[in-house]
Design a protein around this ligand. Structure first.
Ligand code: A3P
Length: 285
């Protein structure tokens, strides 16, 4: 049975969060060496966790193969990550789905680095819809059309994609933040890894890029139990309903959206994002 927590005006899965765990995240003390991955769900969070694990380990795949991703890059706000947060080594790799306005004050007081990953919201909506079928902590989706309406209204769990993205884009002059898109990871994984390494001041050891390319491919991650969520018990993720590592492609929305849904989405996107200054590589920019 799905349970909801409301925090900072958005609905979040109660199985993963409590008011206490959310308050803990909002009051988090960042260290200057912290690296925070911030995303709206289904935007490439797990992929970025894997890439940064490989960058930090200088290409050694053992941590990625032996430690679950939620321990390597724990979520600030989730109940079950508290132990991993306490034990994390420096530099800490952290993850969040929270909106910028919750974390920005603490981040602005720190020198922590933030990597914001965004994905074409049409593909996010499709991926999120499918994820609702296996994630028992999310409401059962009815039709794709009904889900898309809720997604565009921002009434899905984790709130509005538009608000999330605009909130984190609004921090571009206030935080040490790098914007990366799911699409550019697809297009040029090596180049993006190089950009990440420059941003983090984390030199690339010989062989790191080749190791990263191998271990962060869709097929390698789909088969890695430490990255594909197959370790999560069936009462939390019903693996008979689909895979977390589902398709991993760009543009899957084309096989889901009707022309009417696409027109509605484009209108809404324009209303919400029309005046927003977007990085040049932004999807749908
Ligand atoms: P799909 O459902 O479209 O397949 P998150 O980690 O933010 O929840 O995002 C999950 C999405 O990222 C899923 O999208 C998943 O398949 C995709 N993904 C994860 N690792 C990937 C990889 N190495 N290459 C391509 N896509 C990946």
């Amino acid at each position: 049975m799905e349970v909801t927590e409301t925090f900072a005006g958005i609905a979040l899965p109660g199985h993963l969060h409590t008011q206490e765990s959310l308050g803990f995240a909002a009051a988090f003390t960042f260290r200057p060496s912290d690296v925070l991955i911030a995303t709206y769900p289904k935007s490439g969070t797990t992929w970025m966790q894997e890439i940064l694990t490989l960058l930090f380990s200088l290409g050694d795949a053992r941590p990625a193969k032996t430690i679950p991703n939620w321990e390597r890059a724990p979520w600030l706000e989730q109940i079950y990550c508290r132990e991993a947060l306490r034990d994390a080594e420096t530099p800490r790799l952290l993850t969040t789905h929270l909106p910028a306005h919750v974390l920005a004050p603490a981040l602005q007081r720190s020198k922590a680095k933030v990597i914001y990953v965004a994905r074409n919201p049409k593909d996010v909506a499709v991926s999120f819809y499918h994820f609702h079928h296996l994630a028992k902590f999310l409401p059962d989706p009815s039709s794709f059309d009904a889900f898309l309406t809720q997604f565009l209204e921002g009434t899905v769990h984790y709130g509005s994609w538009f608000d999330h993205v605009k909130g984190w884009l609004g921090q571009r002059h206030l935080l040490d933040i790098l914007y990366v898109t799911y699409e550019e990871l697809h297009q040029d994984l090596r180049g993006t890894a190089q950009r990440l390494s420059d941003f983090l001041g984390c030199p690339l050891a010989p062989g790191t890029l080749a190791a990263l390319e191998q271990h962060c491919s869709f097929s390698a991650m789909r088969d890695n139990a430490m990255a594909n969520y197959s370790l999560i018990p069936a009462e939390i993720m019903d693996h008979s309903q689909g895979r977390f590592m589902r398709k991993g492609v760009v543009g899957d929305w084309r096989s889901h959206f009707s022309p009417e849904q696409n027109a509605l989405f484009n209108r809404r996107y324009q209303e919400e994002m029309g005046d927003t200054e977007l990085p040049s590589q932004w999807p749908m920019a």
